[in-house]
Structure formats: structure tokens, C-alpha cells
Design a protein around this ligand. Structure first.
Ligand SMILES: Cc1cc2nc3c(=O)[nH]c(=O)nc-3n(C[C@H](O)[C@H](O)[C@H](O)COP(=O)(O)O)c2cc1C
Length: 191
């Protein structure tokens, strides 16, 4: 296999599509964010990397809370819309049915998984802020549970890849195997 040098900005891996919810000037606002990850087990801490110029950052700063909402594939168009239009120019507060948990972070009923997070730290990079938040509460739709656990196939999340000819949305494919298990098969063979 021949290795070729490519653009160092390429991130050729799959990312989640997450809708970040905030209150800006007393109104709910939503933006699409794919630079998102869980970063600590206990307390459950997540990071969202948000461009410093986004309207959303005002809400994060104003209230010190935000929500993460995972849209199902049926919401792909509206997810893209809120990812290409700023709350400075359009009212995104009426696009979803909103509910609240224990904080002022607006959450989206139509999404398959919701979390409200309290901001614990903001790390300022050159063009993005890494917003770290501790999950205060999280919610899932009852019908997407199997044997008391979230069922990813039923949840049907939107997956994002950005390093191709065109950035693209995908859905889950086939299961490869059970994590933390499938590698054990190698123990039994002499490798
Ligand atoms: C597929 C996709 C992924 C995006 N991922 C991010 C991201 O990870 N971080 C970010 O700051 N903006 C991201 N954006 C851009 C924002 O969603 C977009 O600029 C939005 O209009 C900001 O809204 P606001 O100004 O109301 O906060 C993404 C947009 C799209 C379409």
C-alpha cells in the first residue's frame, strides 16, 4: 500500500450530528455541531467545539448551560438548515417542539437523545472554543429502548463525514461485532 501526503486539515472519520441548544436574548437558538465528544466518564463530561463567532456562544456565555440533542435521520434537512443559518439572521426557535429539564437549556422533543449540560470550562483556541459541560440530566424515547438499554438501530442517528469530495450525512450500517468481546477470540488462537 502506497502512502500519499494529503491536506493536514482532513479528518476522515465519522462524527455525530448534534444540535446544540441555548437561550440567547431570552429566546431558544439551535446550531448543528459535529465536533462533539464525551471526554470524561465520571462525572460524565462532554465537549463541543464551537466557532467563537457563532451566536450560540453568546447563549453559552450568558447562561452557562447548553443542551445536546441527537437528531434521527428524518430530521436531516432541518439539521442542515440550522447548520447553515445563524440565529443572528433567522429565528430558529420555532423549528422544534421544545422541553426543559432542570436548567434553562432548551431541548428538542423530536430528537432521539437529549442532554442538558452545565458549563465547567471553556478552552479558547484560535478560531474555536472547546466548551466542556457536565451532563445534568439526559433523556431518551422509551420506544427506542431494548432490554432497558438504548438501541442504536431504533434510534437511527445521523452520522457525518467531512473529508470526502463533499461533506456527507450517513446512517448506521451493519453491526461488526460486540466491542470489548470480539478481540477475545484472538486469545484462543495462538497469535
Ligand atoms: C454538517 C455541519 C457541521 C457543523 N459542525 C460545526 C461544529 O462542529 N462547530 C461549529 O462551531 N459549527 C459547526 N457548524 C456550523 C454551525 O452549525 C453554523 O455556523 C450555524 O449557523 C451557527 O449557528 P448560530 O450562529 O445560530 O450559533 C456545522 C455546520 C454543518 C452544516
Amino acid at each position: 500500500m502506497t502512502k500519499i501526503k494529503v491536506d493536514q486539515k482532513y479528518s476522515p472519520y465519522q462524527m455525530p450530528s448534534v444540535i446544540i441548544g441555548t437561550i440567547v436574548d431570552e429566546k431558544p437558538n439551535f446550531m448543528l455541531c459535529t465536533w462533539v465528544s464525551r471526554v470524561n466518564r465520571n462525572p460524565p463530561t462532554w465537549m463541543a467545539s464551537i466557532n467563537r463567532k457563532h451566536y450560540t456562544m453568546r447563549g453559552v456565555r450568558e447562561n452557562n448551560v447548553f443542551s445536546m440533542n441527537f437528531p434521527p435521520t428524518e430530521l436531516v434537512r432541518v439539521a442542515d438548515y440550522i447548520g447553515t443559518n445563524s440565529g443572528r439572521d433567522v429565528d430558529k426557535s420555532t423549528l422544534f417542539s421544545i422541553f426543559y429539564g432542570e436548567t434553562k437549556a432548551p431541548m428538542i422533543k423530536e430528537c432521539i437523545f437529549n442532554m442538558e449540560l452545565t458549563v465547567t470550562e471553556i478552552i479558547e483556541l484560535q478560531d474555536h472554543f472547546i466548551v466542556l459541560g457536565e451532563a445534568a440530566t439526559s433523556y431518551i424515547d422509551e420506544e427506542n429502548m431494548t432490554d432497558n438499554k438504548p438501541d442504536m438501530k431504533l434510534m437511527n442517528p445521523i452520522i457525518y463525514t467531512g473529508a470526502e469530495k463533499r461533506p456527507t450525512y450517513w446512517m448506521l450500517g451493519e453491526k461488526l461485532g460486540d466491542a470489548f468481546q470480539i478481540g477475545k477470540e484472538l486469545d484462543r488462537q495462538e497469535v
